[in-house]
Design a protein around this ligand. Sequence first.
Ligand code: NDP
Length: 446
Amino acid sequence: MNSIDRTLKILREKEIKDSIYFNVVHELASAMNLIIEKHPEYEKENIFGRLMEAEKVLEFSVPWRDDTGKVHVNRGYRVQFNSVLGPYKGGFRFHPSVDLDLFKALALEQTLKNALTGLPMGGAKGGSDFNPKGKSDTELMRFCQSFILRIFSHIGENIDIPAGDIGVGNKEIGYMYGMLKNLRGKHELGALTGKQPGFGGSLIRPESTGYGICYFAQFIERQRKGDLRDKRVVISGYGNVAWGVAKKMEQLGAKVVTLSGSDGYIYDEAGICGEEKLNFLLTMRTLKNRSVKEYSKRFSVPYYPAEKPWGVQGDIYIPCATQNEICYEDAKKIAQNKGSYMVEGSNIPCTSDAQNYFIEQDYLFIPSKAANAGGVSVSFLEMSQNAQLLMWSERQVDRKLKEIMSQIFDNLVTTKMKYSLSNYVLAANISALERLSRAEMIYQYV
Ligand code: NDP
């Protein structure tokens, strides 16, 4: 049995049934097998086994008081997966559905994503099963402060630099940063990213994930000698990433026609574009009982409760909501649209069945670890600005973001050719694992 099969066997025995983390490791095994053919020295050093296990896992209680005085206790997590390329880096997610298995999967994906950017960043992910929906600002603030109180000694600008994710925007990051500053007794701007622009945050950071995804669509169009102009774009979610995609797609001449939430989806034939609609996406997120239905009420467009948007005819599909939001049946509906392609916005949006279906059908799609790397890249640019005590203009940040996305795309194309691959999933996994393996060999201490 080689080191890859041995690692899979160990994890299969240790992890929970239907583990999403195990599925990610399983997907990576085929990429590592191809790398080891070219680098047999990685087999002897058990590089795969070393990269697939989290370096540190923290699990903690987060007590907080609501506005009526009642005390609640949520569970907090931080998975510091791998630091061989740099300090741990990855978002905090506040959502009732999270658990340790999901955070391990997301932290491993983040490690690979950060490796693809070519920047010196390790990978982590964390958050809590706290539900921010329906909470008052004072409740959110107390929760964020309590969360930081538990974790502040494990994060820092050269140790672990968290950012936002689902349920954590720059308001929550602001509450956390304020508490961190008080606990440290000094500012440490580089310890958290996604801060508000003007208060240590970078311009474009809120839009960056969405913008980066659109640049990937632009690169694909260029490769096919096409254009984004007048393309119909079907997306899910109505949060931060969805908003960034809608904003940039309008600038590039394409038309986003759907949005979705946990309750259903809306269809806007005229396109989700123009200042009024785009700004309304920001307003929706601040509503106490927020839901995508609010968009249909405000702009009188059809709303489909309890349905997903994947049956809508489109040229480009961009999931921007959550993990496993595209199942096998959804994949079949999407792939029916001849000539269309998908750029993954949310992390791990496809179930294994859906991903395998796309690959079998030779359907073009760009995996999230490459396509949504714009967010963490601009987080890195935020750290660079903080370190220099500078603030770059919107144009400067956007130009650097596009450069980074372009390097990631070129790297995928080169790896796909070098290994004669049929899809970008393997190309992304190989590119990331090659960089991580090289570093693991250089910095090894075992
Ligand atoms: P937000 O919290 O801003 O928005 C999340 C969106 O997803 C909302 O529209 C929400 O709808 C929907 N959603 C959440 N959970 C579910 C669910 N279980 N079923 C259906 N819809 C759901 O998050 P972001 O936009 O920041 O993140 C979206 C995705 O992009 C995530 O996968 C995240 O990990 C990934 N990502 C984000 C980055 C960032 O910079 N923010 C960077 C890289 C990746 P509702 O409110 O109705 O539940």
